[in-house]
Design a protein around this ligand. Structure first.
Ligand SMILES: [Zn+2]
Length: 163
């Protein structure tokens, strides 16, 4: 989640116009609602996932930067395990299964989503270089699947207790 960018986005549909073929009010309003819907849906899987992890007895930090001083925050962070988990919205992060580039204001949205994807790739590299493990969970993934994947990864990272 990139809260700062979302704040910026909120004002953008007004300014991003298509001079040759202006979108009607109804169309831009429909798109605006779709965007808002996508955004609010971004947070719900994350909350459900956090709740599921908590029930599994896992403890973590939320929305912190794994690398101190960096502005690249991860959604769920296990500091001791050096595991950073991102919950990526299908629209904002360009999921290959569900992301459909918007037709209206395409010249704005397509590069915008591509920049998000690029930033995600950069973040993965930055964290990996700093010896962090990165997991990306898609918004469309089930909570059960996501929480199991995280638990398994933690199991791999944590030293095994020997009898
Ligand atoms: Zn998806």
């Amino acid at each position: 989640m990139q809260r700062r960018e979302q704040q910026v986005n909120r004002t953008l549909p007004k300014t991003a116009s298509t001079p040759s073929r202006p979108a009607s009010w109804a169309t831009s309003e429909a798109i605006r609602k779709t965007m808002l819907g996508s955004r609010s849906r971004d947070t719900r899987p994350e909350l459900a996932l956090r709740s599921a992890l908590h029930k599994m007895g896992l403890r973590f930090r939320v929305a912190v930067a794994p690398i101190s001083g960096s502005r690249r925050t991860a959604d769920i962070v296990f500091p001791r395990d050096r595991l950073a988990v991102f919950v990526d919205g299908c629209f904002w992060h360009g999921c290959s299964e569900h992301y459909v580039p918007p037709v209206a204001n395409a010249e704005y949205w397509i590069p915008k989503i591509e920049r998000n994807r690029q930033r995600d790739r950069e973040t993965n590299v930055i964290l990996a270089k700093a010896d962090w493990q990165v997991m990306r969970i898609w918004q469309h993934e089930t909570i059960e699947s996501a929480s199991m994947r995280i638990a398994e990864r933690l199991g791999d990272l944590r030293p095994k207790k020997t009898e």
